[in-house]
Design a protein around this ligand. Sequence first.
Ligand code: ADP
Ligand code: 5GP
Length: 186
Amino acid sequence: MRLLIISGPSGSGKSTLVRHLIGREAIPVAKSISATTRPARPGEVNGKDYFFLPKDEFLRRRAAGEFAETNEVHESGVWYGTLLAELQRIVDSGRTPLLEIDIQGGLRLLEEFKDTLSIFITTASPDEFRKRLSSRGSESPEQIAKRLETAERELKLAHLYSHQVCNDSLDRAVDEIVSLFKSHWK
Ligand code: ADP
Ligand code: 5GP
């Protein structure tokens, strides 16, 4: 199974990039909808942004082997995971699953799935994460501090991904991902 895995620190602009990448329809990918135990944020839709699951259901399905990977992200007791059935649904539709997941989950999938293109999103300076997270305004200062700590750890693992793309200019970063995809799966 082919997988396009996109990871990067919180605030690097992954969700924005992925939205633009999918909107452009330049490559045959579809976003894999993850499951999570966190509550939906205003405007988020169940089955579109995430499958929002109660924790007991998430853990039961995890024990039943329904996930390709799971992780408790940001050490906050919130679980995230990629459902095998979701990957299969996308493959059956003739597209490549695009996974926007954290680096631990990404590295787990790299071990298991051999036909992957893995892209780590960075910015020119780490200070940019702080600025972008503050301007996004969806986390408290404590949550931002925790995400920046996680970012520091994640940056040390970035070299395990096959490519790094700097998201300073959004359009250029999208172009770069499109051309990496096209050259990886000619
Ligand atoms: P992530 O999904 O990695 O946490 P987001 O996509 O939510 O990050 O982006 C974080 C903030 O940075 C958002 O406010 C977004 O509008 C902004 N952003 C994303 N890409 C860029 C970019 N290339 N230049 C400047 N700001 C950006
Ligand atoms: P958020 O709560 O802001 O939507 O996402 C928080 C973090 O969870 C992000 O770093 C995102 O990449 C990660 N994430 C989202 N879905 C998954 C998933 O299915 N698996 C893993 N391991 N991480 C995920």
